[in-house]
Design a protein around this ligand. Structure first.
Ligand code: F6P
Length: 532
């Protein structure tokens, strides 16, 4: 790991440098440190980097054999080593239809077949041809799923709300908390509601519990036979779908080579396709495919996902940032941070390398964020003046889909001002010159020197969203390769699941002897004494 050591040494130089000085000393800094693709502009000049930093970071990509890793993914090699699976979300949006082989078989015909099936079904629901058991048109669509089987379509339907049919209401039930399904069912009429049970495994406790409650609710109102008109499934598990009582004619399949958090582009996007229509969905795939090609074919110094990944690695592994804020200045992208939280933290929240050895450096950061300007009146205080360095991605469309008076200009002024403030800060001298009271100066001083990226794009469209999501997917991929972790498994969610299975019967049966630690025992006792 020679580059690792070089970068650690180089950090000592950077620690002595202020971002403001880097800008003052080099009027060409923006020109050097920005990259463009289609209508996207990535300005990464407000990171604590110099030419040397950038060239050392680029060397990391050689050391990690990034080029080969990208080819391996696109060629369908089994890069998810712990689960022995290829990783082919890129095939789902492979609009050029070039064959992609898994075990000698081209996966594209199957993918296109499911897309056609989704097309026919979504058209029927949108046009009112798909009828409920009593002959009425569908008005409410309820997606039941969790994690990757929920967040993608939920985020994208909101992001593309401008393009979504107003004839249908969309609901997402994910939490096993009965309040989630109860509140949703209270808004729906059984005669006009369609449930999409979305689960890759079709065994996830939350989803199956919610799906059963929905099925019981429907049966009470319309009888068991109504299931066939009101339930469809999206899954890889045909047997379990059948056992649940959903007609497999109404099942939309996907495959093991699609990870849950990368499944928006598969049939998991069915609710989205119903919302924005087939053409809109295809545009989304096209946008993602464009980004895939850019990622695969562009030299790394101009490659948006690679650059974004390198800035993140620099900030996290070398400069010690533990968190990372994603701050979309677009109300439509309000759920983007939530979506990226799963994408990034479930992928790279790892401490063991692919070779089974522990890492001795920081990997994936804690990701959070919200739509601007709301965050400015909440957690930005810490980002500007707290003791933690929180690198941020500011994301903004140049045009609003709802241009109203000066709203969008004000919004854009804010996003620009935030990154400038984080970079420059405000010195005691500047405050003095403004006549600020001496005793208030320490409180009003901003250190600045806080890194951020700014990503501008023209306006929110299905294509733009496709590009944006694929950009972050590939960023996470690059980081995983350089950190040498497997970004495609998620064993970290297993232990809690297993223990919950053991605790459930103990909660239900007061007599069952408890063998946990004193805290766990006491908590179980307290709950079961009161509940029983
Ligand atoms: O949280 C673990 C996880 O496996 C996610 O990766 C996945 O998106 C989610 O559970 C839901 O899984 P499924 O689609 O199988 O219900």
């Amino acid at each position: 790991m020679t580059i690792y050591n070089d970068l650690l040494n180089h950090k000592k130089v950077i620690d002595q440098t202020h971002l403001k000085d880097l800008f003052e000393n080099d009027p060409q800094r923006f020109n050097k440190f920005h990259a463009e693709f289609q209508d996207m502009l990535l300005d990464y000049s407000k990171n604590k980097i110099t030419d040397e930093t950038f060239s050392l970071l680029l060397k990391l990509t050689d050391e990690a054999c990034l080029k080969e890793a990208i080819s391996d993914m696109f060629e369908g090699k089994r890069i998810n080593t712990t689960e022995n699976r290829p990783v082919l979300h890129i095939a789902l949006r492979n609009r050029s239809n070039t064959p992609i082989y898994v075990d000698g078989k081209d996966v594209m015909p199957e993918i296109n077949k499911v897309l056609d099936q989704m097309h026919a079904f979504s058209d029927k629901v949108r046009s009112g041809k798909w009828k409920g058991a009593t002959g009425k048109e569908i008005k409410d669509i309820v997606n039941i799923g969790i994690g990757g089987s929920d967040l993608g379509p939920k985020m994208a339907l909101e992001a593309l709300g401008f393009y979504t049919t107003s004839k249908l209401n969309f609901h997402f039930v994910s939490n096993v908390d009965g309040t989630d399904i109860t509140q949703t069912l209270n808004k729906c009429d059984p005669e006009t509601t369609l449930f999409i049970v979305s689960s890759k495994t079709f065994t996830t406790q939350e989803t199956m519990t919610n799906a059963q409650t929905a099925k019981d609710w429907l049966s009470v109102h319309l009888g068991e036979k109504a299931t066939k008109n009101h339930f469809v499934a999206v899954s890889t598990n045909t047997k379990a779908v059948k056992a649940f009582g959903i007609d497999t004619k109404n099942m939309f399949v996907f495959w093991d080579f699609v990870g849950g958090r990368y499944s928006l582009w598969s049939a998991i996007g069915l609710s989205l396709m119903i919302g924005i229509g087939y053409d809109g969905f295809i545009e989304l795939l096209e946008g993602a495919h464009e980004m895939d090609m850019h990622f695969k074919e562009t030299s790394f110094d101009k490659n948006l996902p690679v650059i974004l990944a390198l800035m993140g690695i620099w900030n996290t592994t070398y400069l010690g940032a533990e968190s990372y804020a994603v701050l979309p200045y677009d109300q439509y992208l309000d759920k983007l941070p939530l979506y990226l939280q799963q994408l990034d933290m479930e992928s790279n929240g790892k401490s063991v390398k692919k070779n089974g050895k522990p890492v001795d450096y920081s990997t994936g950061p804690i990701l959070f964020g919200t739509a601007g300007t709301n965050g400015q009146h909440s957690f930005y205080q810490l980002i500007h003046q707290g003791t933690h360095m929180v690198p941020a991605d500011f994301i903004a469309p140049i045009y609003s889909l709802n241009e109203t008076g000066l709203h969008h200009d004000i919004l854009l002024a804010n996003v620009i001002a935030q990154s400038e403030a984080l970079m420059k800060g405000k010195t005691a001298e500047e405050l003095k010159a403004e006549g600020v009271d001496e005793e208030l100066i320490p409180f009003k001083t901003f250190t600045g020197n806080r890194p951020s990226n700014t990503l501008l794009f023209e306006k929110m469209t299905p294509k733009a969203l496709g590009r944006l999501i694929a950009l972050y997917e590939h960023k996470v991929f690059v980081q995983g390769v350089i950190w040498q972790v497997n970004s495609f498994d998620q064993f970290g969610v297993e232990l809690g699941k297993q223990l919950a299975k053991a605790v459930l019967p103990e909660l239900l049966n007061k007599k069952q002897k408890l063998k946990h630690d004193s805290s766990t025992n006491a908590l179980i006792e307290k709950i079961r004494n009161l509940r029983n």
